[in-house]
Design a protein around this ligand. Sequence first.
Ligand SMILES: [Fe+2]
Length: 240
Amino acid sequence: MFVDCHSHVVPSGDDGAATIDDGRALCLSAARHGTSVLFATPHVWPHLPLTADRERAVRVAFEQVRAGAGLELRLGFELTPTRALLAEDPHRYVLEGTDRVLLEVDFVGSAELTFALAEHVERAGLRPVIAHPERTEAVLDDPAVADELAARGWALQVNASSLTGRHGPDIEELGWSLVEGGVAAVVASDGHRTTRPAHLDEAYRLARERIGERTSSLFDGSALGVTPSRTAVRAASQGA
Ligand SMILES: [Fe+2]
């Protein structure tokens, strides 16, 4: 059973699921592929911040998707670093039921703001999870940046789709080097839509072949302190 801490299955005005039905279908598909706990993490973008109105709409949509999800759905957010976020209390963005905040490295440009935001999260008594560093210019140009992020004690999250080659050979190779080198702590789907679903099973199978027993903690939520509820365990054992 997998714990997936990064997906876009709740309609929120971003590039993830567009409707409640689409969101539920993505959740049901994730459950069929072995996920028992799935975090919906709508983007918080510089041009799409989490205003009070948007947050209300997201929470309504989340409850609607959750009602037909077939797995344990929890809410979180994925922060794209901005200066504005440095002035906010990051507690509003935690991955539900944890002390973790998911934030990404900008796809283009330096990782400077990522370090600043992660430090801000830590100062608030929370723990950063760094989304898909292997997909970013800063880390592709200089993989030592990933080592620096991990050396701070921050959990690096590699995308399953990077490991299965969806984003090209350079990102696949970097993703595997982070996993095999023990730099990455978590694998998540970052699933957005039917053509980019929230599946972890294929990456799990590949990881088992490459790193054996070390695979479990990358996929089972233990690195984030997440334990599936009894309901989620029951649903998974019934093949929901
Ligand atoms: Fe994402």
